[in-house]
Design a protein around this ligand. Structure first.
Ligand code: SF4
Length: 347
């Protein structure tokens, strides 16, 4: 058997085999993210990837090339590995996009896996997203490698001599010109209008110390034991729903900040207003009373925050269970001190 394989690889049939592989790449594409749109573009009528001998395929058993399009999550990492293991030899992997290179925009995300730790990668194609031209160029490089047996990058960087025979590649400067468009202005001063101030004063008369943070934006800080009382008062005032529940982890001050953004559908003058009712909890005992009975729309988001941060909303029936995350997800992935356990797929 070994003899036969050796003969096929290096005997008189080897050039035919190489020629066949070169023109018969059947990429199975793992569309995990937005780079997938660029792949579709590369194989659609404009670029017509098929004319260079590669045709997308949906079934792993017949494929010999995986194109990973962007980010690979923990869940997809298993799929990637299983797909790769099912493929017959010779098999190749191309990674598209900066997400697959080093995490890209999700570089510190709790659920991201680097594909090169899961399967051996032949070519990386940079870009966010990689262009269809770049993808086709990557496929051409792979074909060259199949033909010549030599992997080669499609870009040769100029090298500088560091002395003692050491050479270092110099990365090229961006050819792009800097836009003359004005930069984005942040920290725009927010002007509170008279109406918002008047409304905040009215709410303050309920015994709640409000702060106006902008036009139609009011903040209200309470102690955690006062949260339910404050919510009831605000409900009687006209706020009838929670738009959002948010948790901010502040580990250096050993606290969580829990925010409920309240709004109103029923009282006309409150409709444009967002009231941020917030409190602080010690990280060591992150418990507070749920507002789900007062504002049912808070229920779903309290469950989410419980999943992500471990904050216990007492009275919400879902506590202690996983709601959105897969059962084997490690606890509380959005806490700042969360560390992903290492997963090793390659021996
Ligand atoms: S590299 Fe950019 S375009 Fe590609 S998957 Fe990541 S975020 Fe999306």
């Amino acid at each position: 058997m070994e003899e036969n394989i050796k003969f096929l690889r290096s005997g008189i049939l080897a050039p035919i085999k190489k020629w066949g592989t070169h023109w018969s790449l059947w990429p199975v594409h793992l569309v995990t993210a937005c780079c997938g749109a660029e792949l579709a573009h590369a194989f659609a009528s404009g670029y017509d990837g098929e004319r260079i001998g590669a045709l997308n395929y949906g079934i792993a058993r017949q494929t010999n090339l995986i194109i990973v399009e962007g980010a690979i999550t923990r869940k997809m990492a298993r799929v990637l590995r299983i797909t790769w293991e099912q493929m017959p030899d010779p098999k190749f992997v191309i990674i598209m996009g900066t997400c697959g290179l080093n995490g890209g925009v999700f570089w510190n995300s709790y659920h991201l896996v680097k594909p090169f730790e899961v399967v051996p990668v032949n070519y990386f194609i940079p870009g966010c997203p990689s262009t269809p031209e770049a993808l086709l160029r990557g496929i051409r490089q792979l074909q060259n490698e199949i033909r010549t047996g030599e992997p080669r990058s499609s870009i040769e960087f100029e090298k500088v001599d560091l002395g003692k025979g050491k050479m270092m590649p110099v990365t090229p400067k961006s050819p792009k010109k800097i836009s003359l468009a004005p930069s984005i202005v942040v920290n725009v001063p927010r002007k509170a209008d008279e109406e918002t101030k008047k409304l905040a004063d009215e709410i303050s008369k309920l015994g709640l110390a409000t702060t106006v943070t902008g036009k139609n934006r009011i903040a209200l800080r309470v102690e955690k034991d006062e949260l339910v009382d404050a919510a009831k008062k605000l409900q009687n005032f006209g706020f009838d729903h929670v738009k959002n529940v948010n948790v901010i982890d502040v580990p250096n001050e050993d606290k969580f900040i829990v925010e409920y953004h309240l709004g109103s559908y029923s009282k006309r003058e409150l409709m444009p207003v967002v009231l941020n009712l917030f409190t602080e909890l010690p990280r060591s005992e992150p418990k507070l009373k749920s507002l789900a009975k007062i504002f049912p729309s808070a229920d779903y988001m309290e469950r989410e925050m419980h999943d992500f941060f471990g904050v216990v909303f007492e009275g919400n029936e879902w506590m202690g269970r996983k709601f959105l995350l897969a059962p084997d997800t490690p606890e509380y992935p959005l806490k700042k001190d969360f560390k992903l356990e290492e997963e090793k797929y390659l021996r």
